[in-house]
Design a protein around this ligand. Structure first.
Ligand code: GDP
Length: 446
């Protein structure tokens, strides 16, 4: 079905060199021909697709000199006919041109409507549209990289391959159910079980990537802990490269967890400077301490700071008990204050004042968070995909168990459920509510 023309500014609001107004639908060329005059006048305006034409863009109340390009369906982003105007990047310029497209019949595009049309026209899988959103919203290089892999259908390819295998199994089940012969059915179930086990293995291997993917998407949470005055706030400031946490030599200054974000090798790390964990009579400080405990417990990595001055205290023992099961980096800070080279059990000696050991600390943070195969190409970064894969896994497991004592048609139900769960990733079985939610996160113009 030919859709009505929609139009929006595709570039962000604000002043810039260039702004782009995009129209997609059944007849954007008709609109363009009424408001664009190419510099090289021809009798009839004939747009060759994928070619930039310089010329006058007539916004009604004013004109701009810019470019116009036509993408012919189905070889366009949306799969429909698309026209873009590239004008000067003043907000009023772009808005004026947009308004003109409206007066010529285009409708204002909703959030993510161009991408939704691309999905509905089969140009992108649902997972690929989410990858696109990850790239646009990504605030680290790693997230952009992962988003690009999703956008280029890396996950969809693997999921579709699994779906095809499941479809073949379902066809075999249907055939056997239609023409049952007892001994053949038994042999079939045995083979089916073997094939389901292979699918389960592939699902497990995909799922194992989520551990890295989640850290890429949300960032690795790092709790900098240890007792007051060891230099936690100063270390955080050093890592961030600016003064964020309040530094003071009065114990208990850091009343709340201060968050700052840094990138190490393109990956995001959220740093929390926790208040010293100790008993305090001060009510506000006590709240800070409670929050600190919660952060320490939920962190992916803990950096435990002591200094050369004040050995290990009762508070340190409490903190160490809290972090004993997570990746831990032990630091001795204030290395500038001593001239002693005696080895310690610390992973690094740092000085927040001189910067000594800070690069080492960053390397350790990266290694403790991502391990040795840290450069792996991660693309399972969306919780929605992880959840659907998990449900697919549960259904396969159910089917494998069912192979032991259930007839083929009942096993088939679990196999079909697996297929359906995977279809939520590609979009084949995604409900309208899921689709709505995904596109509501897009901006207008994408
Ligand atoms: P926190 O309570 O653990 O957050 O400690 P702060 O960062 O507030 O630092 C407490 C005091 O130690 C401040 O006076 C800092 O200037 C000082 N300090 C922090 N790190 C270092 C360091 O590496 N070397 C020296 N000499 N002093 C430091």
């Amino acid at each position: 079905m030919l859709e009505e023309n929609i139009s929006a500014i595709a570039t962000p609001s604000g002043k810039g060199g260039v702004a782009i107004i995009r129209i997609s639908g059944k007849s954007p060329l008709e609109i363009a021909s009424k408001m664009f005059q190419p510099a090289q006048k021809t009798e009839v305006l004939q747009f060759e697709p994928y070619r930039m034409y310089p010329g006058r863009i007539d916004a009604g109340n004013f004109s701009d000199y810019g470019l116009c390009v036509y993408f012919k369906a189905p070889k366009s982003f949306t799969g429909e006919d698309v026209v873009e105007f590239h004008c000067h990047g003043g907000e009023s310029v772009a808005r004026g041109i947009l308004k003109r497209t409206f007066s010529l019949g285009a409708k204002s595009a909703g959030k993510g409507e161009f991408t939704r049309r691309a999905f509905l026209n089969g140009k992108l899988s649902l997972a690929a549209t989410e990858g696109l959103a990850d790239m646009i919203n990504g605030d680290s290089e790693a997230e952009v990289k992962a988003g690009y892999l999703l956008y280029s259908e890396k996950l969809t390819e693997q999921v579709s391959a699994l779906q095809n295998e499941l479809k073949t199994l379902l066809a075999g089940i249907d055939a056997s159910v239609d023409y049952p012969e007892e001994d053949i059915e038994e042999q079939h179930i045995e083979e089916l079980k073997g094939e389901l086990c292979v699918i389960l293995e592939k699902l497990n291997s995909l799922l194992s990537g989520y551990c890295t993917g989640k850290k890429i998407k949300s960032g690795v949470s790092v709790a900098i802990c240890g007792k007051p005055n060891t230099g936690k706030s100063s270390l955080l400031n050093r890592l961030l490269g600016y003064e964020k946490a309040i530094v003071s030599d009065v114990a208990g200054t850091t009343r709340d967890a201060v968050e700052g974000t840094i990138e190490i090798k393109g990956r995001k790390f959220n740093l929390y400077d926790t208040a010293g964990v100790r008993t305090s009579g001060d009510k506000i400080e006590s709240i800070g301490i409670e929050r600190a405990e919660a952060i320490i417990k939920s962190a992916d990595v803990a950096v435990f700071v002591t200094d050369f001055v004040s050995g290990v205290s009762e508070e340190d023992v409490r903190v160490l008990a809290m972090i004993k099961d997570k990746p831990l980096i032990k630091l001795i800070n204030k290395a500038d204050l001593i001239n002693d080279d005696t080895p310690t059990d610390a992973d690094a000696h740092t000085s927040a004042i001189t910067g000594e050991g800070i690069e080492m600390l960053k390397t350790l943070l990266y290694e403790k968070s991502f391990g040795s195969n840290s450069e792996e190409a991660a693309f399972l970064i969306e919780e929605r995909h992880f959840d659907a894969l998990n449900r697919a896994k549960q259904s396969v497991e159910k089917a494998i168990v069912a192979c032991e004592f259930q007839p083929l048609d009942l096993i088939g139900i679990d196999v079909k459920e697996t297929w359906d769960a995977l279809g939520e990733i590609t979009g084949e079985t995604a409900t309208e509510a899921i689709i709505e939610e995904i596109f509501s996160k897009f901006c207008v113009g994408k």
